[in-house]
Design a protein around this ligand. Structure first.
Ligand code: SF4
Ligand code: SF4
Length: 90
């Protein structure tokens, strides 16, 4: 996202409060979550899971807890969890 001005608190504001928790063997590698993640957090792994699919993994710590990946996943394989010390989820 491109801002028309830089937020005053951008340099000291921590936004990395969430992380992706995947049930690896449920993932069927459909890529829906990768396609719709607005922060480009997710990617396809080179590993195989027990079903023989390439599960996803998080490539960065930029998750904002928008919840899209949880909603999109047809296998209910993704859960977004708070990092330790993060503010309560709304
Ligand atoms: S909750 Fe949103 S930002 Fe975080 S990984 Fe899922 S789609 Fe991406
Ligand atoms: S949407 Fe679900 S099943 Fe599809 S790649 Fe993402 S985690 Fe795997």
């Amino acid at each position: 996202m491109k801002y028309w001005r830089k937020p005053l608190d951008q340099d000291h504001l921590k936004t990395q409060h969430y992380q992706v928790d995947l049930i690896t063997d449920r993932c069927k590698g459909c890529g829906l979550c990768i396609e719709f993640c607005p922060r480009h957090v997710l990617a396809e792994s080179a590993e195989f899971n027990r079903k023989g699919y390439h599960p996803i993994y998080a490539v960065n710590d930029d998750c904002l807890n928008c919840g899209l990946c949880e909603l999109m996943c047809p296998e209910f394989a993704i859960r977004i969890v708070q990092r330790e010390g993060a503010p309560a989820r709304e």
